[in-house]
Design a protein around this ligand. Sequence first.
Ligand SMILES: NC(=O)c1ccc[n+]([C@@H]2O[C@H](COP(=O)([O-])OP(=O)(O)OC[C@H]3O[C@@H](n4cnc5c(N)ncnc54)[C@H](O)[C@@H]3O)[C@@H](O)[C@H]2O)c1
Ligand SMILES: O=C(O)[C@H](O)COP(=O)(O)O
Length: 527
Amino acid sequence: MAKVLVSDPVAAEGVAILRRAGLEVDVRTGLSGAELKEIIGEYEGLAVRSETKVTAEILEAAHKLKIIGRAGVGVDNIDVPKATEKGILVVNSPEGNTIAAAELTVALFFALSRSVPQAHQSMKAGEWKRSKFVGVELYGKTAGVIGLGKIGREVAKRLKAMEMPILAYDPFLGKEQAEALGVQLVDLDTLYRNADFITVHVPKTKETTGLISDAQLAVMKDGVRLINVARGGIYDEAALLRGLESGKIGGAALDVWESEPVAPDSPLALHPKVVATPHLGASTEEAQVGVAVDIAEQIVAVLQGGSARAAVNMPSLPAEILHRTAPYLTLAEKMGSLKAQLARGSVTAVEIRYEGEFDTAQTVHLTRAVLKGLLVPALGESVNYVNAPALAASRGVKVTESRGPRSDDYERQITVLATDDRGTHAVTGTVFGKNDPHIVFLDTYPVDFRPSGHHIMVRNHDRPGMIGKIGTILGEGGVNIAGMYVGRDEKDGTAVMALSVDTAASPEVTETIRSLDGILSVRHVVL
Ligand SMILES: NC(=O)c1ccc[n+]([C@@H]2O[C@H](COP(=O)([O-])OP(=O)(O)OC[C@H]3O[C@@H](n4cnc5c(N)ncnc54)[C@H](O)[C@@H]3O)[C@@H](O)[C@H]2O)c1
Ligand SMILES: O=C(O)[C@H](O)COP(=O)(O)O
């Protein structure tokens, strides 16, 4: 009988599904890292929420583990690359707590505008202070919603009922979709300058970490009120504290924190103008039952040899197909990610060409991998191999796929053509040997680099001295070049450079390269 460990408070309905399926279930919450490491070797399945930290060290000891179910959305507490390396499937429940998080956000709008928690606390202390707690109305105030995904959209719908005009920013959402929601799509600067309340609903990625810091606060209205039910660190906490102290920020309502659990003496959590909740966005009876049932069903299915509907790190495929497809899956996902990071504006169409021996059992999953790679920079952990096509469709991305004979260049190659504001551009990749993915063309320019780590992509007029100048700027910026691949097009005199670098280049370094005469574009990408 397979054993499953439930190491966080997951709703009883989910645990019952595991037991009814004949699995041996141990519910042991509050384990220390050392305790978990000691026992994890006994289990085939693990069910968690955000409290258990499933680190590389724990996974090293997880000799039998086949599946980790995250009863919720965020998998930032799980070392997903390590799980993938060990062949452990990670599944989550991307939709189960959307309404719960949206409703808490609205609750925080009210709590913040009327100082409900502070007034409550004052009365509990035996006081009766009416003039101290004069609030503001939501009616007629402008709300700024950053991120219009599942939760952001539900929040926007609800704020409209309060008759708040809504300014929204989501670089991956089309104008028509915004219009259908009745919100005005604006750039971030316009949102910051005009919103009375700002709420963030973006995933925590490298772009959104510290999205709002001192510079952004400086352009906001005096007395702006800020809400965060997404992830700690999207507002820089030190900047928030400075803004609260200076009076720039009228109040903040925070459900999520840079480090959880929050220290009992956290100056931010204790600040009188901060309404603080301990990561309660998903904590409703309905959402907890929903996410628990969702992951329990997936754990049962996978441990009984079936497939999961929300696999985060790899498709749940029969072993034979997975074996011959896996290296191309990695390649396909990296190519999707490369296209997303090189795109200008939102990608509206993707064409995927498979050349050489690929069968449909493979291409269906490879296309999903491309779409997952394309959407993850925007949607983070809520994208998986199963929902990627539907999410692409809901964002208006037109997807086409074709298969053809072996090309003149490689035995098997995949080309992804993505259309964005600049037109249609292609990337082609192949796998060398058994498991060595390479990018071999950017448009028609031949290149050759492994799609992993940091890269700087430059498009330039093909002139003498460019390579030297760029190398010098990177060297002076402390960025070590691990490899450089230059492709030229004799016809129009342009060239592309793909520089694999050991560390990220600072925005100043990329800006200096961009300012060189003859440079057409510069992008830093992480694959
Ligand atoms: N507090 C909680 O308990 C709780 C519960 C559920 C979800 N969450 C968090 O809420 C957030 C939103 O979740 P969701 O389910 O709506 O995700 P989602 O993937 O459906 O939506 C995220 C949206 O953010 C947009 N986006 C990505 N990068 C952006 C950027 N730089 N600027 C503006 N928009 C950007 C995407 O296009 C997408 O529309 C996530 O961080 C999630 O982890 C928190
Ligand atoms: O990512 C999520 O689903 C939410 O942040 C909820 O986390 P929790 O399950 O720890 O409440």
